[in-house]
Design a binder for this molecule. Structure first.
Ligand SMILES: Nc1ncnc2c1ncn2[C@@H]1O[C@H](COP(=O)(O)OP(=O)(O)O)[C@@H](O)[C@H]1O
Ligand SMILES: [Mg+2]
Length: 512
């Protein structure tokens, strides 16, 4: 298992939680502070307005009361009804403004309503009363508590001293919704938001960390030798993309590793076979088991041939490893294709004629010189021609042709009337160590590295190589070369292609 299973605060999970909490708290505090500031500012204004409103309402009540008292004057025989009327007025209108309204005499004693309800004051401090102008103020009125008090003088003609209408409204009832109520609601909403953000943080951190955990587990397994280790991929977000790339990478590593193993096995085989043969014949010669001079010579020829074969294989392996390492240095120079191909052709001619092959050379007069690397191209052509001559039986034909390409460069083709290559083998023909029918190959010699080197070199030269064949009729290898060498060598040459497989698309971009 990957180490550090308990990373504490370093883990994404805890960090996510922490950041979400801090974020939630911070926004709550900020919002709360702003709200409090505006609410308190607004509160004073609203309270003032509510006070003014209360004064207006009290004035109206006073008018109604004076009217009611006025009736007494006109109908002095109705004092009871009058008393009731006043009480009713005080009660009703008091209820309307949600305040306690009473009529007091000059000494502050409450005269109406009668009977006095339980939670009404019995006496009002005379300092709060008004003589001829309306008075408002704050005061402690028992049993009401802190109140806004409005006192209005009442003119009652029958009375000798003055009377007051006193309207007292509890401070905390002045506004329908108090700021403290609002603050409580905000606190509740804030708490809920905080809880929600914690839940969200938990969900999000799980959402992010679970696939990451799976990924690191897979990577750990991979690092410990399980090349089959893969991650399950679902979704289309960045982490799934990472998982997809991981799987692709794992796939390539696994296949590359497999190929590496096969490669080493192949190399050892290719080297051991001639070595065994050399060793056997040398031993025979040393043991003086061969009498006749002719036989000795034949043995020595075999030893020489096997040594050459070893040299060829090693040269090809060296070439491949240099190509793989990107250490093959190209020396571009103008090259007359016609002259060059004629030269290569001449080198192969003796072998072909010895074998009784018909030879055809057709070079288009329109061929233009190209800019390329002569040595690399020579290796390619030598191997293609060598194969054609090698695999074509007596009486067959080998031809070399070259034509210019419309967009510059040239197309060179090597054809033969040999045994051809089965269709299913055609796609492997450029793979390392691949040979059609090992038995047939054994007879001709060869390692199966030639075409692999050819492909690498042609790619390096910015061109491409293709094979066509019809079993029984012959084969054709076509090389297309650009007029000049590419500035950047062909990307993903060789191994990349051999490993193959479709990747998860292009390289990831930020903001994908
Ligand atoms: N012209 C050809 N005709 C038939 N088979 C061919 C021809 N060229 C290549 N091949 C097949 O492709 C295999 C790989 O060729 P190459 O890579 O040059 O290796 P080698 O020449 O060492 O065998 C050969 O072993 C042979 O089976
Ligand atoms: Mg070959």
């Amino acid at each position: 298992m990957p180490s550090g299973r308990k990373p504490g605060f370093r883990s994404l999970r805890t960090r996510f939680l922490f950041y979400f909490l801090v974020l939630g708290l911070m926004s709550l505090l900020l919002f709360g502070a702003l709200f409090a500031f505006f609410a308190w500012r607004e509160n004073d204004r609203l309270e003032k307005r509510a006070g003014e409103e209360l004064v207006e309402q009290a004035k109206e009540m006073a008018r109604d009361l004076e009217l009611a008292f006025g009736l007494v004057q006109r109908f002095p025989d109705l004092p009871v009804a009058n008393q009731e009327r006043v009480t009713q007025l005080l009660r009703l209108e008091g209820k309307l403004v949600n305040a306690v309204s009473v009529v007091v005499n000059a000494q502050g004693y409450v005269m109406a309503p009668r009977p006095l309800p339980l939670r009404y004051p019995r006496q009002i401090d005379t300092s709060l009363l008004a003589k001829d102008e309306i008075r408002t103020g704050d005061a402690e009125i028992s049993p009401l508590g802190s109140c806004l008090v409005v006192a209005i003088p009442l003119s009652i003609p029958t009375e000798y001293s003055y009377h007051n209408l006193v309207v007292a409204k509890r401070r905390d009832q002045l506004l329908q919704t108090s700021v403290s109520d609002l603050t409580r609601y905000i606190a509740i909403a804030g708490g809920a938001a905080l809880a929600l953000s914690v839940l969200l943080a938990l969900y999000l951190s799980n959402y992010v960390t679970r696939p990451l955990h799976r990924l690191s587990r897979a990577a750990w397994e991979m690092a410990h030798g399980n090349l089959e280790s893969r991650v399950e991929v679902s979704g289309r977000d960045e982490i799934s993309a990472l998982a997809r790339y991981f799987n692709y990478m794992a796939e390539r590593i696994q296949r590359g590793y497999q190929q590496q193993k096969e490669f080493v096995a192949n190399v050892s085989h290719e080297i051991r076979t001639p070595l065994t043969s050399i060793e056997g014949f040398t031993q025979a010669l040393l043991d003086d088991m061969v009498e006749r001079g002719e036989e000795r010579k034949r043995y020595l020829h075999i030893i020489q041939e096997e040594t050459r074969r070893l040299q060829r294989v090693l040269a090809q392996l060296l070439a491949l490893s240099r190509l793989d390492a990107g250490a093959w240095i190209l020396r571009p120079a103008p090259l007359s294709l016609a002259d060059f191909l004629r030269e290569v052709w001449e080198k192969q001619r003796p072998k072909a004629e010895e074998k009784g092959l018909a030879l055809e050379l057709s070079l288009s007069p329109a061929l233009k010189p190209i800019n390329s690397d002569r040595d690399a191209l020579e290796q390619v052509m030598a191997n293609l021609l060598d194969n054609a001559v090698k695999f074509t039986p007596e009486g067959g034909t080998v031809s070399l042709s070259a034509d210019p390409l419309p967009r510059g460069g040239a197309r060179i083709q090597v054809r033969d009337s040999g045994p051809g290559i089965p269709e299913e083998d055609l796609e492997h023909i450029f793979d390392r160590f691949f040979r059609v029918e090992r038995s047939r190959a054994q007879q001709y010699g060869g390692s199966g590295l030639g075409l692999a080197v050819c492909r690498e070199l042609v790619h390096l030269l910015g061109g491409r190589i293709t094979a066509w064949s019809q079993p029984g009729k012959g084969s054709a290898f076509t090389v297309e070369l650009p007029g000049t060498l590419p500035e950047i060598p062909w990307e993903g040459s060789g191994r990349g292609e051999a490993v193959g497989g479709k990747g998860p698309g292009g390289p990831p971009k930020e903001g994908d």
